[in-house]
Design a protein around this ligand. Structure first.
Ligand code: SF4
Length: 258
């Protein structure tokens, strides 16, 4: 049965999964340029607390910039549970009975499943039959192998690699500014991020770092296998000190003008 638009009433919907990263953004823009059907564009907004997002503020500004560029709205879906809430949940049985979850472990982190995947599955059910478009590049064979039958990866179909995505967005002046600071994007409290990235969080987002320090006091295990956030705070503070001594020495060595 068809309605006047010529599309079947029970048509399969085409839903773009958008993360604000280079791959899904390049996929979205090219899908629009190619005139591919898109019924909705979804951004899953992982929440750090009930009121604070898990991404850095630049990400939310960038989403608005992409909306302006494509002249349409992106559906922002907050995670059903927030990080702070699950962090404080108590195990009711097993070896860790009575303990709170605390920081996720770097391997088998609970956050992806509890915060992101659960929200994705819940939200995408509301579309009924659909095809999900995911930003997996042509040079990500392992992720492509795990692609679910209801998903499509247009970047791989076009042969676009991660590098192609970067230049594609540069050509359109649409690069996410967070890539000037970070190699990978994600939650600001992510246990999987490297020390360079954590140094930036501490230096440029002190309120978020302070929150990580507070969680650190409560977590039953360290933030990273070898570091608590307090260890990192000490280490980074010592680095800052060394840096300023170095600056001071350099200053002392400058030749005195005649
Ligand atoms: S980015 Fe890191 S903290 Fe956020 S959901 Fe993924 S693994 Fe967890």
């Amino acid at each position: 049965m068809y309605i006047c638009t010529g599309r079947p009433v029970d048509d399969i919907k085409h839903i773009v999964s958008f993360s604000g990263g280079k791959d899904s953004t390049a996929m979205l823009i090219r899908m629009i340029e190619e005139g591919m059907p898109i019924d909705d564009i979804v951004f899953i907004k992982v929440m750090a607390t009930a009121t604070l997002g898990a991404e850095l503020p630049e990400m939310y500004d960038y989403i608005e910039r992409v909306e302006d560029y494509i002249h349409r709205k992106i559906t922002v879906v907050p995670s059903i549970l927030n990080f702070d809430e699950v962090f404080h949940q108590v195990f009711m049985s097993g070896e860790r009975c009575g303990e709170i979850y605390g920081y996720p472990f770097t391997i088998g982190a609970w956050c992806n499943n509890r915060l992101k995947i659960r929200t994705i599955e819940h939200h995408f059910k509301t579309y009924g039959k659909h095809i999900r478009y995911v930003g997996i590049a042509a040079d990500e064979p392992e992720r492509l192998e795990r692609l679910e039958p209801y998903c499509r990866a247009p970047l791989a179909e076009w042969g676009m690699t991660e590098k192609h995505c970067i230049s594609f967005l540069q050509d359109r002046n649409l690069t996410n500014p967070l890539y000037q600071k970070f190699r990978r994007l994600g939650c600001w409290f992510c246990v999987k991020q490297g020390l360079d990235s954590l140094r930036i969080i501490r230096r440029e987002y002190p309120d978020y770092w302070a929150m990580m320090l507070r969680w650190d006091l409560e977590s039953p295990h360290p933030f990273k296998p070898e570091w608590t956030v307090h260890d990192l705070e000490e280490r980074f503070a010592a680095e800052d000190c060394q840096l300023s001594i170095f600056d001071f020495n350099n200053f002392e060595c400058l030749p005195i003008a005649a």
